[in-house]
Write a protein that binds this ligand. Sequence first.
Ligand code: BGC
Length: 810
Amino acid sequence: MHDYEKQHYELLRRNAPECMVLLKNRGDFPLSGPGEIALYGSGARHTVKGGTGSGDVNSRFFITVEQGLQNAGFTVTTGAWLDAYDKVCAAAHERFLEEIRREAKEKHTMPILLGMGRAMPEPNYALPLDGRGDTALYVLSRNSGEGNDRRSIPGDVLLTETEIRDILALQEKYAHFMLVLNVGGPVDLTPVAAAENILILSQLGTVTGDALADVLLGRSYPSGKLTTTWAAWPDYPMIGGFGGEDDTDYREGIYVGYRYFDTVGKAAAYPFGFGLGYTSFALGAAELSAEGTGITVRVPVSNTGRFPGRDTVQLYASLPEGRLDRPYQTLAAFAKTGELKPGESETVTLRFGMEELASYDEKAAAWVLEAGRTILRLGTSSRDTSVCGAVDLKEGVTVRKVTRVGGVPGFADWKPETRAHEDAENVPAVTISPAAFAALKWPEPAAPSERARKKAATLSAEELIGLCIGKFSGGFTSVIGSASTHVAGAAGESIESVDGVPALVMADGPAGLRLAQKYTKDEKGCHALGSTMPAGFEELFSPAQRWFMQKLEKKPKGEIFEQYCTAIPIGTALAQSWNPALAELCGELVAEEMEHFGVHLWLAPAMNIHRSILCGRNFEYLSEDPLLSGKIAAGITRGVQKHPGCGVTIKHFFCNNQETNRYQTSSNLSERALREIYLRGFAICIREGDPVALMTSYNLVNGVHTSERRDVLKTVLREEWGWRGLVMTDWIVSMIGKRGGKYRMAKSAPSIAAGNSLFMPGSPGDYRMALSAMQGKGGKHMLTRGEAETCAAYVMDTAWRLTEHKEENR
Ligand code: BGC
């Protein structure tokens, strides 16, 4: 192992427990020391370090739960059970692949397209639960990934009969029993409510098993909180659609996650923001103050239990009922304490600007606050709060007037009938003057630098388009996100077609840096050795595809180089820390590896909203709440970009909330939901982190591809948010498009015309299309020279921003 791998491993091992969420705690843990332990469940040996797809990191190793326990000195007494489960699992995997092949035949499609990212449902089986010792763990794992959504079936969102039976039996049989959830998103825990110690281990990358052992032994402690509501499956709202092949209607509007549960007064099994520790905390009396439009709340937090711990205080705001309907409450601010020993306390400060609570008024095309009293609630989960004060606004204000964007969905959003209210007459209150909003400053519209614009004006049509299309390196390798020749296994790069504009190398994330582990070099560049396909699905290739892949595969020749990267916790786990500083630390870790291997842009963080727990890529994403998503993504961004020459690419902009037919499905939603829920996290990350780049999503929004949505790409990103970064598309490869659907795939010319600077991964066809459009020969697709110049200028600015510091340092 290299030194950087060791250092990164140590850093993650120390910090990963912050991402675990303790859902139930009877006081049986931590254990006094390692001893005999009976270990059961799908994730015990087959631990999942992170989901599948482009977000899967090719780390040198990772620690399974079984290994982690053994490393810590436990004696695992269930070797026979684990061996028998291996066989059960292998047989189930075979059946699973067979079923995909059969279904693909029926549907006349390729098994790999149907099966990529599809989670194998857990099988049923009967194995004796006879491990020695008085302590047992049941590690339940779930996997999902790019290309497929999760399903509300036993073995995925629901527990299987076997899991229910075994978990309940173990709870009875062992004195110390913990249900450990090695999952990337919610499972319905209703049938195992009798389990008295439940820990969401999540999927923590390289250190997963060791970090769990540390927590079991009290060498560290969990301090994460849910970033998404965990409810019984039937309790999730079914107001909007999910998984439509052509269209998915977001009829629930702004009532996503806890905004729905709290407004209709439905209790969730484990609410948003919930998470226990080994210890307990108490909040003291809060102090409220106001300055301008800014509100500050200070509150002392004390550790009242027997163990050290950290808690996250959350501030929720309930806006007054007015012309516009509003959720019962929305998260306004949060703060995490440092480590508090038993008896210690710390005063945390929570701040927000009232303008951040504004609602979007579609009729006026403006962000507005209506007159009245906003109630502030403080607590340690969304359902455990008390009113700590109020903010009065005597008159309504238009916080900011903007331009309509995003199209119309053709339906009106669902609205709740009533909203539960309580009396907040006699609470400390501050008054904000409507005049204070006039002093708020908004960003200036962005444009490329003068240097880039001047240079763009001198370039030929071919050079301009060359800058706007990614480097093509063969059909299939591009499909699987491995199209770079500078860095083996990197997802893609831009073309070095203009003197003085270096190529930008981009590699995936978000759970670390995704590169090939081994490669060779020749005059044509770097070539990955072995398959760069996301693991587990190679078997789904047809014989012809396999032959083709083998042909592409390079034989080791000359020196073999290594690129081992560290797998960090998945996005949801990182967000569960509720700690932007930890996100920043992980960002720095990734940037060190980017510098090491010569990557300019990391294709992460991924920050789509957890709209439905069924989205197959939720594990890569952060939360159902845009404020939390934005703050965590901004933390990651700051960490990466502290390193000159390294940039993030926030993705997938926007409304990529399902995997079903992801290239050609339209997310249909109101402008209010779009702005308040789906764009807001991106806006926060851009404001607080200034990411170098952004990736548009595959899907359409209200019938237009996001990559071709000029209104959002120009009006919102450049004019309203004043952002000067690079916009690129997701990896659009026309050969994988579905024929005969309602919508076509996104295309190069309209994307560039809309302000998408880089069409990725790029192909000669994409290049020819954009060039002809610019030369007036593109049929209905128009692309002006001015539009191409602006896009090319942003590419040049980015290339200079990420490479010129090296020149300066020479
Ligand atoms: C994924 C992106 C990824 C890209 C490059 C796409 O299929 O949606 O998240 O960054 O491939 O690998």
